[in-house]
Design a protein around this ligand. Structure first.
Ligand code: 9MG
Length: 265
């Protein structure tokens, strides 16, 4: 899943793709590099991000979703928590709703139920403005899993079949470095939820903190390492900035997964 932020303040590429033509060109490049999904987001969800108006989000996201769908053979996911944006993006051709707030905004659950497309439910502790203040868990894996299970059950009760759901532990969304490392180490436990797993650690501060790299552009090799670990733990979709590099890394994971040892079925 290639990241396409059409926001002025996203942590890793803020402002680079505000111009629709540049954004479309970046989508072309990511699809050529092997992306199966393009994640279009109009509201930065980085810690401390400024909220945007619905109109602004619609203006940024909907034309781009339409332009990508008109030209490229790729699933466009819309990174939004706003029901109106979900509706208009799906109408423009988006094939996946990626909601970092797991359909908790008013009207989001009902909207997703009417839209029929798959939904990724991600865990975030509170809101971007406060989530990194002092995140605390007794057991981050147990608590994030329990939250995601509760959101799955809410979706099912609202008529969204489990077969349309994906989950995501939300690396960096209200987690300390230790929490993020624990989530990665125990990522295979999320497979128990019985729905596909999507993760995004690309260029995030968990990589920067371990490597001592303040600049997100210096976090590629660490991002590849954690992508490989996540894929080996069962993540089916990796949300990344560096599509070509990650695609190669995951091709190696897949090749090894496919081989069989003597005596293995
Ligand atoms: C929009 N966005 C930023 N980081 C993300 C992550 O880790 N997962 C998902 N699903 N979306 C994300």
């Amino acid at each position: 899943m290639g990241v396409l932020n059409v926001t002025p303040d996203s942590f890793s590429d803020g402002g680079r793709f505000i111009d629709p033509e540049r954004a479309l060109q970046h989508a072309r490049e990511m699809v050529a590099a092997g992306a199966s999904f393009i994640d279009v987001g109009g509201e930065s969800t980085r810690p401390g991000a400024e909220p945007v108006s619905v109109e602004q989000e619609l203006e940024r996201v909907v034309p781009l979703v339409a332009a990508i769908r008109a030209e490229l053979d790729v699933v466009v996911s819309v990174d939004t928590s706003t029901p109106e944006v979900m509706r208009e993006a799906v109408a423009a051709g988006a094939g996946l709703i990626n909601d970092v707030r797991a359909l908790q905004r008013p009207g989001a659950l009902a909207m997703a139920a009417t839209l029929e497309v798959p939904v990724c439910l991600m865990h975030m502790l509170g809101e971007p403005g406060t989530m990194q203040v002092a995140p605390h868990y007794q057991d981050v894996i147990a608590e994030v899993s329990a939250f995601l299970l509760q959101r799955i059950e809410c979706c099912e009760a609202a008529g969204i079949d489990r077969s349309r759901l994906l989950v995501d532990p939300g690396f960096g969304f209200g987690k300390t470095l230790e929490h993020n490392l624990q989530l990665l180490r125990g990522l295979d436990r999320f497979a128990r939820l019985g729905v596909p797993l999507l993760v995004g650690m690309s260029r995030k501060s968990m990589v920067g903190a371990v490597l001592g790299r303040a600049d997100p552009a210096d976090r590629l090799y660490g991002s590849l390492a954690v992508a490989v670990m996540a894929a080996q733990a069962g993540a089916q979709i990796l949300r990344v900035h560096d599509v070509k590099e990650t695609h190669d890394a995951l091709a190696m994971v897949d090749a090894v997964k496919k081989t069989r040892l003597v005596g293995e079925d």
